[in-house]
Write a new protein. Sequence first.
Length: 300
Amino acid sequence: MDYRLSQLKQLEAEAIYVIRETAAQFERPVLLFSGGKDSITLAWLARKAFWPAKIPFPMMHVDTGHNFEETIAFRDKFLSDMGARLIVASVQDSIDQGKAQEEKGPNPSRNALQSITLLDGIEQNKFDAALGGARRDEEKARAKERFFSHRDDFGQWEPKNQRPELWDLFNGYKHKGEHFRVFPLSNWTELDVWMYLHEENVPLPNLYFAHKRNVVNRDGVLLAENPFISLMKGEAYEERMIRFRTIGDATCTGAVESEADTIPLIIDEIATTRTTERGGRADDKRSDSAMEDRKKAGYF
């Protein structure tokens, strides 16, 4: 067997083991599904973990309301085809209820507001574990996570209080009101994800593949034309051949110029790039500790 495929099989087995451990140790788990490649991979693995039975927990999308149209269309079809139950937690509802305040400016991000909506969704549905598709190679704050990542009764994360996971033994003990975030893809890389999606022939949103789209270059980030951002003085949209390496809030998710319109070409592109996939996320550029600050407040 090819070494790379053998490694993918090991990563798949590890992720399925973590998913099954989550179902065994917790009473009300949920899988966080954004419609991005990592959550798609996670949902695919969850289906494998329990096949031929249905996935025994629902999917929850924390909807910023600033999504690309293609993402929502893909989300609904993909989860319908899988027979999964979808729960939508709306950031707009949090704003309407006065729990969150909309940002001002030409591209107001709702990424930080997701923490409030996510914590409300977990509390209202009494979820005690939330499976997420985060990987340790994404960002330095992600690298501090365990497979089973403890959250206190305020939903906050303290990296110093995480538990050791020796010999693949996971401690899911918690007090009332606390919960865990679970990251089965922790040891995967972006390249591993793409190799696996290719090997498994998993459907994906067309945003990941090269296509022509109007973008504006704002502080080095290529933002796609959408109803949620406005042009600043001296700016103008221009058509470029682009694709997205991550899919999130359309107001801060940057595109990359690319001709890669197939997964093999994307794999070749990733193997030679020196820029991380979150290098085009405008919200991550706000401070050196932007991600860690959001995670401590309850973010993914």
